[in-house]
Design a protein around this ligand. Structure first.
Ligand code: B12
Ligand code: SF4
Length: 491
């Protein structure tokens, strides 16, 4: 990758704490108990920087619950030349608060990156506390930017960069966005720098082993579901050897024995998946793992290979129990395929986790009931019900912009606030959607059969406490019997 060497340079990466926001797809109780995950995005950035010779301080203030003061103290002790943050559109205003407060006390250039910057680089750079943005993947762009900036070379030659010229935008300054950086060869990307973390502190609400971490073996997605921006990114997969090398290193060097694979759809290429599984078995890696995929990318031989290689859970994007809505979402699958694949997965000895959405275009209480009914009938081991959030750079968001003539997220980034972005073609109010989502959880998890299953599956005291906590909060927050949807709460 011919990265310029940057020895002597110091960069701190900060992952600020974050909490629920109004546009949050998850309901509060579930969100609060979801677990603590490392920022894979920032770990990639740390790997890229170290590979280029930079000294990196990684501050996961979210996981460690470090206050702003503690974080600033650590930053001052380190004395960085730059501070970097990963940004998501939803959490922009929360992250920005930390960026501003840190900049006021450690005044070095701020660099930001993340998918958000490929969508709203100009709007983001109107905030003076942010100096530079990497607008795409950082593998090439970040070392080139740091080289050019430290050597005082012209920045317009750095691909994949956004920066201000001529002062603050409010006083006539302009934001320049250079041409997109070239696509990265995913097999050449440095591994996430997990050695910079205390890997013992991470867990999910259903993780069973320590240490726990997250992992990705491919980028982008060839499908075009209308609610997801990943379909706009070309699918690029790592070779089985490269992916399993990282897995092996995580086990041997950092004691990681449970991995959550965050590929958009892990099983898109069947032969690659089987090769990864064979490689895990050949190296006798002591790891259990979970992966996300689509029901129409699964076959019995893939399931068998995955189970034999330590896969204990598959997350399926099922989304809705209504055929017409599945078509609107461009899920291009049928209820029959969903039912068959969930059955096959369970027969293969792998737990099933279904993702569902409430508040889709044309959703009504009737279609939401169908969704809840499907989740119950499938007899999934876990289900997640999310309130629809039209995310930027998705077809669903374009629908909303056409319907309303507004670019809500753009306004949100220019003038950060926590107002709700409406949902396109959905007559249900946010309160109704919230209520249905909670009801869906209660219907799903508080059935006697499910409670029995959960208790039987609990492997440690820690896990039991986590589940009981979530369950108690969910019930305590819900006024049983006052629900207006007409569905009983515990079936
Ligand atoms: C793993 C993951 C998580 C994990 C770990 C967090 C993380 N970001 O790693 C968990 C579960 C914690 C999580 C949480 C959330 N996530 Co998330 N997550 C992902 C996922 C699946 C993979 C990220 C990844 O590592 N990709 C691989 C790397 C190589 O790509 P990358 O992340 O784009 O990073 C590259 C560049 O963007 C850039 N870059 C990224 N950050 C930075 C920072 C600097 C300083 C620089 C220079 C460059 C740079 O360089 C990287 C290397 O090339 C992505 C979707 C995806 N497939 O990418 C969503 C995604 C990033 N998440 C998203 C969201 C919305 C969230 C949440 C807000 C969800 C929620 N409701 O709570 C939170 C926010 C947490 C936070 N504070 O960042 C959105 C962001 C959309 C947007 N418009 O901003 C994405 C794109 C998924 C989606 N389509 O909705 N997430
Ligand atoms: S939801 Fe999944 S399958 Fe659909 S575009 Fe996004 S990543 Fe691809």
């Amino acid at each position: 990758m011919n990265a310029p060497r940057l020895q002597g340079l110091k960069v701190a990466l900060v992952y600020p704490p974050y909490g629920p926001v109004k546009n949050e797809p998850g309901i509060k109780t579930v969100k609060e108990n979801y677990g603590i995950f490392p920022s894979l995005s920032l770990l990639y950035v740390a790997g890229i920087l170290e590979n280029a010779g930079v000294e990196v301080l990684f501050l996961d203030s979210h996981a460690h619950e470090w206050t702003l003061e503690e974080t600033v103290r650590k930053l001052k002790d380190f004395g960085p030349d730059y501070i970097g943050y990963t940004i998501t559109t939803y959490l922009f205003f929360q992250t920005l608060d930390w960026i501003k407060a840190i900049k006021a006390q450690v005044d070095v250039p701020t660099i930001v990156g993340g998918v958000h910057l490929s969508i709203y680089p100009r709007e983001t750079l109107t905030h003076e506390s942010i100096d530079f943005a990497i607008t795409g993947e950082a593998e090439v762009a970040l070392p080139e930017f740091l080289w050019a900036h430290t050597q005082k070379l012209p920045l317009e030659n750095v691909k994949g960069l956004a920066y201000r010229v001529g002062g603050p935008t409010a006083e006539g300054g302009r934001v320049l966005v250079t041409e997109n950086a070239d696509t990265v060869d995913v097999d050449l990307a440095p591994f996430p720098a997990r050695h910079l973390l205390d890997n013992t502190i991470y867990h999910s609400f259903i993780s069973k082993r320590k240490n726990f971490s997250c992992f990705i073996t491919s980028r982008g997605c060839p499908y075009k579901c209308i609610f997801c921006e990943q379909g706009s990114k070309a699918f690029r997969a790592r070779s089985p050897k490269n992916a399993v090398d990282e897995l092996e290193m995580s086990i041997k060097e950092f004691g990681i024995h449970e991995m959550d694979f965050f590929d958009s759809s892990f099983t898109i290429r069947k032969e690659r998946v089987i090769a990864i599984c064979d490689e895990i078995k050949r190296r006798k890696l002591d790891v259990i793992w979970a992966a996300r995929t689509r029901v129409d990318c699964i076959t019995p031989d893939v399931l068998k290979a995955m189970q034999q290689a330590g896969c204990t859970r598959i997350y399926y994007g099922i989304e809705s129990g209504n055929r017409e809505i599945l078509k609107v979402l461009k899920k291009s699958t049928s209820l029959d395929v969903i039912k068959r694949v969930v059955r096959d997965t369970k027969s293969a000895g792998i737990d099933t986790f279904g993702y569902f959405m409430v508040g889709n275009p044309y959703d009504t209480p009737t279609t939401v009931r169908q969704t809840i009914r499907l989740a119950l009938d499938l007899d999934l081991d876990y289900a997640q019900f999310s309130k629809v959030t039209p995310m930027p750079a998705t077809e669903m968001y374009t629908m909303l912009m056409k319907q309303t003539g507004r670019d809500y997220w753009r306004e949100f980034v220019l003038n950060p606030h926590d107002d709700l972005v409406p949902r396109p073609h959905c007559d249900m109010t946010d309160e109704e959607i919230q209520r249905w989502t909670r009801l869906a959880y209660l219907r799903f998890y508080y059935r006697p059969s499910m409670m029995k299953r959960r208790l039987a599956a609990v492997e440690s005291m820690d896990e039991l406490v986590r589940s009981a906590n979530t369950a108690w909060k969910m019930v305590a927050d819900y006024k049983l019997g006052e629900d207006a949807t007409g569905m009983e709460v515990v079936g």
